[in-house]
Design a protein around this ligand. Structure first.
Ligand code: ZN
Length: 191
């Protein structure tokens, strides 16, 4: 059995047994009126919600590698803007985590792995000529606290977001769920 066939078989049972009932929500809007950017780390799948007392339907979640907002007009920022203006998110949380795979990413090693897996060196060189700097594109961060703080500031000062939305910064421990507060968005709003 492949992973996909396992998933499809389980899913038929899940729906037939109405196992979805505990997850049904009032609406598509987040009950706690919050949108969160966090990391795709597998340890956070349930932990990041449970340890913050966020249930299904409470929060919009945007995930990527490292909870990094790499571009002020990239897809993460677009999702935040849609969440705030159209999906009833009144607060924003940026939550990185300790021991993140995106801290101290070895971009040389990734490029080497690409070549081992069949990407041609010629294509990698061509990207350089096209102005794509693979190193800075793949690069993560050295310090998760700095990364979260930088992202909070980028969101807080984004020209297309209203100035009355609190933007909080958190770092979670992926083993215990313990949070460190990096930025209290209410305090920032008070000035
Ligand atoms: Zn991570």
């Amino acid at each position: 059995m492949s992973l996909l066939s396992d998933i499809l078989t389980f899913n038929k049972e899940f729906v037939a047994n109405q196992a979805y009932l505990p997850y049904q929500t009032e609406s598509k809007f987040p009950e706690k009126n919050v949108v969160m950017v966090t990391c795709m780390d597998a340890r956070l799948v349930e932990l990041s919600q449970k340890s913050l007392n966020l249930s299904n339907g409470d929060v919009k979640v945007i995930k990527n590698a490292g909870a990094v907002i790499s571009h002020p007009f990239g897809s993460v920022m677009r999702s935040l803007i849609v969440a705030v203006y159209e999906l009833k998110a009144d607060e924003i949380i940026i939550m990185g985590h300790k021991d993140c795979g995106m801290s101290q990413v070895d971009t040389t090693s990734i490029a080497q792995h690409m070549i081992e897996r069949g990407v041609s060196e010629k294509d990698l060189k061509m990207l350089q000529y096209a102005g794509v700097n693979l190193d800075s594109w793949l690069n993560g961060f050295e310090d998760v606290f700095e990364s979260v703080s930088h992202d909070v500031s980028m969101v807080q000062n984004h020209p297309l977001l209203p100035k009355d939305v609190p933007v909080h910064g958190l770092v979670i421990n992926p083993e215990t769920g313990a949070l460190s507060l990096v930025v209290d968005g209410y305090e920032t709003l008070k000035g």
